[in-house]
Structures are given as C-alpha cells and as structure tokens.
Design a binder for this molecule. Structure first.
Ligand SMILES: [Zn+2]
Ligand SMILES: [Zn+2]
Length: 164
C-alpha cells in the first residue's frame, strides 16, 4: 500500500513504453501492408489489394498511438509551463488592477493599501509621512504636498551630497 504511487508511476511508464512499441509495430506493419497492397493494386488483379485498405488505417492508428505515447508527456510539460505563465500574468494583472483602484505597488510586486508607508511584504518604504502635518506623501518627495514642510532632508540621511 505504501508504494501505490510508485507502482502507478511505473505502470504508466510501462503503459507508455508498450504504447510506443505497439504503436511502432502497428505502424510498421500497416506501412508494410499498404506497400504490398499498393503493389498488388497496381500490378496484380488478385485478392491481395484488400491489404491496402487494411494497411492504411493500421498505419494511421499505429502512428497515432506512437505519437500519443509521447504527447502525454509533452502535454503535461506544456500545461505546467502554461500554468506558471498564467499565474504570473494573473499576478501582474492583479497588481495593475489594484494600482488602478488606488493601491500602492511595491518594487517587490506586492500591492499595498494606497496610504501604506511600508510594504507589508518586504518592508520597503512606500510613502513618507510628513513630520509636521502627518500627511502621507511620496517617498521621494522633497516637500510635503499638504503643508509644504521639507521632507527627507529633515533627518539628513537621504541627501549625502549636502555634506560634501
Ligand atoms: Zn515590497
Ligand atoms: Zn505636511
């Protein structure tokens, strides 16, 4: 019971291998029958021309089974890739939509409340708060857009060139 998954995986793998072998054999036999059928159809007026009608569908079925045994893996790969891309696109769309309705998108991609001062995910500063009136202003504002008080340079840590 413990290795039920492993057993299932092995079974699937074996089933695919059998599909490939059977598909290959059927396709090869179908082609052989078709060739014999065509030769007989063209050159001889005997009963063997029915082989063409048996061989062609057999070739088709064999090739289909053969391709299908690979396609399941391909499909799974494409699906997993597609899902990752879809999730990324969805996250971007969500960020864009929330930014439109007034959220603040951090550089890390997290969407915060419009008046958030720090990113809730990475802690990056999103807005500055005016020390004089308490208004929320852009992090890179030099002056408060509500009361005009100087910002950032007030604590002297942002403008290094001032000390030169
Ligand atoms: Zn962030
Ligand atoms: Zn202010």
């Amino acid at each position: 019971m413990k290795d039920r998954n492993t057993g299932k995986k092995v079974r699937t793998k074996r089933a695919k291998l059998i599909m490939r072998i059977v598909g290959g054999i059927v396709a090869a036999a179908g082609i052989a029958l078709s060739v014999v059928g065509i030769i007989n159809f063209v050159n001889f007026d005997n009963g063997l021309r029915f082989l063409l009608f048996a061989g062609l569908p057999m070739t088709m079925v064999g090739i289909f089974v053969f391709i299908f045994s690979f396609q399941r893996e391909m499909t799974r790969y494409v699906v997993s890739e597609g899902m990752a891309e879809l999730a990324q696109a969805q996250a971007q769309a969500t960020a864009a939509a929330q930014a439109m309705i007034g959220g603040t998108v951090c550089e890390c991609g997290e969407v915060n409340e419009a008046d958030s001062v720090f990113c809730k995910k990475c802690g990056r500063r999103l807005h500055a708060v005016c020390p004089k009136c308490g208004a929320t202003v852009d992090a890179d504002s030099a002056f408060c857009n509500k009361c005009g008080a100087p910002l950032g340079s007030a604590d002297g840590e942002n403008d290094g060139d001032k000390n030169l």
